[in-house]
Design a protein around this ligand. Structure first.
Ligand SMILES: [Zn+2]
Length: 331
């Protein structure tokens, strides 16, 4: 490479009316669609528009470009929007997004990129591993999907369309809400994927028969916390449990432009079990005030549950400085 990335500007990759193929080749390598790249032309005299503005506020470049690409599709698949509206954690939405795009790093996908050997399904060992097989069709996990249909009194025939992601755009009438049902499907698929990865990388044997109940409990806990500042986790009673103390981890983020802040905490037992997690928005004048508010928020929750805590862990050195050199005027 004969260029300096540190001093490179975006304009360097643009020649008069096209991209600089030599520079792009040096940066990204050969694994690109060169017919398409060399066909790109720029004309500064015709209509142009900003894909992302010079000031990005509460957004990311990736999100802005993604929105631009989606909006440029004359008839986009409506399922893309449904993915981001699923009532699940963001990591599960991202997982479903990759699954719908066919970009999960399964054996057949990595092999298609020439960066991995073809391998059999790690669950059954009978057919080559693909996302469609491992999430929807492997005989080891089909009982999970059958349990889903049985619980909701649905015909098993609906499962045949799940691999095409039609479950995102379909409307299910069930004894529980449509949103919960879709969250459950997404969670089952995600747990199957997690079990597959744990089998490969940690040699943990999958517990196929618990996948459905784990997904159900996960969704139940998530739905219970919607609209609340806190999320509780199942925990044993203080008198009968093997844990003896609680550590509180708190943190806060603060923005000087809006003086708004985000407060968060996690309550964890000395044995590493998460008991409670919380987050909320607030407003303070100073970042250290936000850190104090986060501690206050965590302590309020502990007091409401009659919990006594052992330690408070906070990454703000100003807090410990304030405690060591307590000044009632400052405090
Ligand atoms: Zn299989």
């Amino acid at each position: 490479m004969d260029f300096n990335l540190d001093n490179m500007n975006f304009s360097d990759i643009i020649q008069v009316d096209s991209l600089n193929p030599t520079l792009i080749h040096n940066i990204f390598g050969l694994n690109l669609d060169w017919d398409w790249i060399t066909s790109i032309r720029f004309d500064v005299n015709t209509h142009n528009h900003w894909v992302w503005g010079p000031i990005s506020l509460r957004t990311s470049v990736a999100a802005t470009v993604y929105d631009c690409l989606v909006s440029s599709d004359p008839s986009p698949w409506p399922g893309w929007n449904y993915i981001w509206k699923l009532c699940v954690l963001p990591r599960i939405k991202t997982f479903i997004w990759k699954l719908a795009h066919g970009k999960l790093p399964t054996s057949d996908y990595l092999y298609s990129l020439n960066i991995g050997p073809p391998t059999q399904c790690h669950f059954c060992g009978l057919v080559s591993e693909s996302a469609s097989h491992i999430i929807w069709n492997c005989y080891k996990i089909v009982p999970c999907w059958n349990s889903l249909c049985a619980s909701f009194n649905l015909d098993f025939i609906i499962l045949t369309g799940f691999s095409t992601s039609n479950w995102l755009t379909s409307r299910f009438t069930s004894k529980i809400s449509d949103a919960f049902f879709k969250a459950l499907i997404a969670s089952i698929a995600w747990i199957i994927w997690k079990d597959r990865c744990n089998l490969i990388f940690k040699n943990w044997q999958p517990k196929y028969h618990t996948i459905y109940s784990r997904a159900w409990n996960y969704c139940r806990d998530f739905f219970k916390s919607i609209g609340k500042d806190i999320r509780e986790f199942p925990y044993p009673s203080l008198t009968s449990s093997p844990w003896s103390s609680i550590n509180l981890f708190t943190d806060a983020s603060w923005s000087d432009s809006s003086v708004s802040c985000g407060l968060g905490f996690i309550a964890i037992t000395n044995t590493g079990q998460i008991l409670l997690a919380g987050s909320m928005k607030s407003n303070t004048d100073l970042p250290i005030s936000a850190e104090i508010d986060a501690i206050h928020f965590a302590l309020d929750q502990c007091i409401s549950k009659n919990w006594s805590y052992n330690r408070i862990l906070c990454d703000c050195p100003g807090i410990s400085g304030l405690l060591k050199h307590f000044d009632s005027c400052v405090a």
